[in-house]
Ligand binder design. Structure first.
Ligand SMILES: Cc1ncc(COP(=O)(O)O)c(C=O)c1O
Length: 439
């Protein structure tokens, strides 16, 4: 008798999390926005101050960017309907690659349809069997998932720790190709990569170094050139990755580096070759946004004034904001249910923020992730702080956010780190766990 196949959809029928949150009135995701004005949005006729975006310089709503996107659409159509390799390269793609290479002071740049694909394409194509990718354990999910497509072994190291990186490097075969990958600014904690000591360690083992500038472009470094320039280390970092989905106000991503490496990626990265290229509107809009970013440094200056005001404001009220050094300001809450409840109360009071729970953050260390823009006014920010102060009186400031449910891992990498710390690194670096990182 044939055994009946397991029904793949059973897990979907058993899935209750979103329905439970909706039933309790705390569901915080996929909120419908009817109008976007940058610093505020309209939802169901109500004005909400937006502190849940990555639109750091406010360029997503800039009239000049919108006009450039429209112009590109009129010239080239709504889409390229094919991959760059075969039938989808328009002049705007090449112009954007040249403009970025010039801005970042790199030999060449290659565009991808998303930042996620840029990470996946580079990590999968540049490494081979027997190579090792050393990954800060708080790196973004696109890096972790990108590593799944890579034939190399993934070795996580402690967040921002040059000594942990050194320990991991020491244990690898000397002849293995090595790539050290880190976020320039970490998307949940808002802290900046401690690049100089990690770079020094990496170079002493002959490793190549790769920095994801998703949250640092337009935020750090002269004219917003990113973390690598912020530390004056552009000549030492081998690969820079960036996105257009944050400071540049659109979508898409890129890899920057030496000409021959880019030429190789252009003909090897499957998520470039087998997907449609950036829409003309995106390429045209990003080109204009890049120009404005360089011509209007006052945007970045205002972003930093707003950032400092919020860091100080939250601390004054008594909220814990972790180790952030940037416009990403996590409010440490602890339990997921409380983070959902807090976010819902914020929304009711006219503030649009988002909770981040496991696996975006460690288990039991849920946050309300807030982030600031150059276009927030003092009135906006004072109002946000007033609402937080009101909710602190109502719900508390969660000053003991460590809340770990027994038996649950604190982080997707933790079981491997713990094992490797005890000396059994081989077992610790199996493929398990990669799949769960969805940050
Ligand atoms: C650090 C980091 N890298 C990469 C990405 C992926 O970028 P994109 O949204 O362009 O796919 C993100 C997006 O959130 C990110 O935060």
């Amino acid at each position: 008798m044939r055994t009946l196949a397991r029904d793949l959809f059973q897990k979907c029928r058993d899935y209750r999390d979103s329905a439970d949150a909706k039933a309790q009135g705390f569901y915080p995701y996929f909120r419908q926005i009817d109008e976007t004005h940058g610093n505020y949005v309209m939802c169901d006729g109500e004005r909400k101050i937006m502190i849940g975006s990555n639109n750091y310089l406010g360029l997503a709503q800039d009239e000049r960017v919108i006009e450039a996107a429209c112009e590109a659409t009129r010239a080239y159509g709504a889409g390229c309907t094919g991959s760059r390799l075969l039938n989808g390269t328009i002049r705007l793609h090449s112009q954007l690659e040249e403009a970025l290479a010039d801005f970042l002071q790199r030999e060449a740049v290659l565009l991808f349809s998303t930042g996620f694909f840029a990470n996946q394409g580079a990590l999968a194509s540049l490494t081979e069997d027997g190579d090792v990718i050393l990954c800060d354990r708080e790196n973004h999910a696109s890096i972790i998932d990108g590593c799944q497509f890579a034939p190399a072994k993934l070795v996580p190291y402690r967040h921002n720790s040059a000594s942990s990186l050194g320990n991991r490097l020491k244990r690898q075969a000397p002849e293995a190709g090595k790539l050290v990958v880190m976020d320039g600014v970490f998307s949940m904690s808002g802290d900046i990569a401690d690049l100089p000591p990690q770079l020094e360690v990496a170079k002493s083992y002959g490793a190549r170094v790769y920095v994801d500038e998703a949250h640092s472009l337009g935020v750090l470094g002269p004219k917003g050139r990113g973390v690598v320039h912020h530390f004056g280390l552009n000549d030492d970092v081998d690969i820079v990755m960036g996105t257009f989905s944050k400071s540049l106000g659109s979508m898409g991503g890129f890899i920057a580096g030496d000409r021959q490496m880019i030429e190789f990626l252009k003909h090897r990265a499957r998520c470039l070759i087998f997907t449609a290229s950036l829409a003309p509107a995106v390429a045209g809009g990003v080109l204009k946004a890049l120009e404005i970013m360089q011509q209007e440094p006052e945007r970045m200056e205002q972003l930093w004034r707003n950032t400092h005001k919020m860091h100080e404001g939250f601390k004054r009220i008594g909220f814990k904001i972790g180790t952030t050094q940037t416009p990403i300001v996590p409010i440490l809450i602890g339990s997921e249910a409380k983070a959902f409840m807090f976010t819902q109360r914020l929304f009711e009071e006219g503030v649009f923020a988002t909770p981040a729970i496991y696996p975006a953050v460690r288990y039991g260390e849920a946050i309300v992730r807030t982030s600031y823009m150059a276009t927030h006014t003092d009135d906006d920010l004072d109002h946000v702080l007033e609402i937080f102060e009101k909710l602190a009186r109502e719900l508390g400031t969660f000053d003991d956010p460590a809340y770990v449910e027994p038996g649950r891992r604190r982080n997707v990498f933790d079981f491997r780190l713990d094992a490797s710390e005890n000396g059994s690194e081989g077992a610790a670096e199996g493929q398990n766990g990669y799949h769960q990182a969805t940050k």
